[in-house]
Design a protein around this ligand. Structure first.
Ligand code: GGG
Length: 352
């Protein structure tokens, strides 16, 4: 909020489309931001490189220059999607995981909201997944050795009090601002009692530590039964807070309830920086066909602007997108439509 109250003549936005359909949807989000005119400071865009394609060209997945420019010149950023290989490639490391660490973007906030519930079959979904973004298995400390039973592979799972506390605080803050004020802590501490136990206890301790959030109801759910419940009765969830891997899986699962992953935005937020990012991946099957859904990226731009305090611009983007979805005339194939990325973008720009 304080960011928007400072008088600024421009807003410098780093654009990192990265791989696959990221190169199609991030330019669409850029056009939607430009269409906001004087509702936000004049946007200035800086194009930046990262991703698998960047790695194959230069030998580096996240160039030093990209990180430096984000840190020194940009007010915020939009990231597209990345196509990391699922085999080990020497010298390669996922640039998005690295970026979140480099910029200390410790919270991945993923709202999942149904706009046009399909023929009343599904209950309306209106929840936020708050995913810890820097730890868990994503510290990527893996090793393989030859053991008595053949190859043996291990991964370290890191959960710290500091990271659990700050993601917990972010989740309480978001829950407190919503009408239901309900927070569910997701864990598996019946099996992982030390790591998930620490996460759960630390998040639970946030109200006592801060002296705030007494109006937020706290619930908890084991991750497996949370997924089951999400499909059976999604309306019970309001804000869900989870360690990194569970948060990733739960938000993709929740996306299935609202029609498509192509609708789901996120922000990677830290204390000093925010980066919007559609939840979907690089979708190599539709890359270059011009049919990727631009809505998750446009909504990610809206979330990013809202986080910075530009509520009016953010609301305009969301309202325009909601109208296009409800009318159902211009929808991409992931939503059973036949429209192209450009046609959906044009429809959103028309509403703006
Ligand atoms: N925009 C989300 C995205 O790109 N998802 C795919 C992803 O994060 N994959 C991990 C990676 O490829 O490094």
């Amino acid at each position: 909020r304080s960011f928007a109250t400072q008088a600024r003549s421009s807003l410098k936005i780093g654009l990192i489309p990265a791989d696959g359909i990221g190169k199609e949807v991030i330019p669409a989000a850029r056009q939607a931001i430009v269409a906001l005119g004087s509702d936000i400071p004049k946007p200035e865009f800086i194009n930046l490189h990262a991703g698998w394609e960047t790695f194959t060209r230069t030998g580096v997945a996240l160039p030093h220059e990209t990180v430096e420019i984000l840190k020194s010149e940009c007010d915020c950023a939009l990231f597209g999607s990345v196509s990391s290989p699922s085999r080990k490639v020497t010298g390669y490391s996922s640039p998005i995981v690295q970026l979140r660490k480099e910029l200390d973007l410790y919270a991945n906030v993923r709202p999942v909201v149904s706009v046009a519930p399909n023929a009343g079959e599904q209950p309306a979904v209106d929840l936020i997944v708050v995913r810890e973004n820097t730890e868990c298995l994503y510290v990527k400390q893996e090793q393989q050795i030859d053991g008595p039973n053949g190859k043996e592979a291990r991964a370290t799972r890191l959960i710290t009090e500091r990271a659990s506390r700050r993601i917990g605080q972010m989740a309480f803050e978001l829950a407190a601002a919503r009408s239901r004020k309900h927070l569910t802590i997701i864990h598996k501490s019946n099996v992982l009692s030390i790591t998930d136990g620490l996460f759960r206890e630390t998040v639970r301790g946030v109200p006592a530590l801060t002296g705030k959030y007494s109006d937020v109801t706290i619930a908890e759910q084991l991750v497996d039964s949370a997924v089951y419940r999400l499909f059976r009765e999604p309306e019970v969830f309001d804000v869900m807070v989870a360690p990194n891997l569970y948060g990733d899986i739960i938000s993709d699962a929740a996306a299935a309830l609202v029609g498509s992953l192509g609708l789901i935005p996120s922000i990677n937020a830290g204390d000093d920086f925010v980066m919007g990012e559609p939840v979907h991946g690089s979708a190599p099957d539709i890359e270059g066909k011009g049919i990727a859904n631009p809505i998750a990226s446009i909504r990610s731009a809206a979330l990013m602007l809202r986080h910075l305090g530009y509520t009016k611009g953010a609301d305009r983007l969301d309202v325009a997108v909601d109208q296009v979805i409800r009318e159902g005339r211009y929808l991409t194939p992931d939503l059973k439509g036949t429209s192209t990325t450009q046609e959906v973008l044009d429809a959103v720009l028309g509403k703006l």
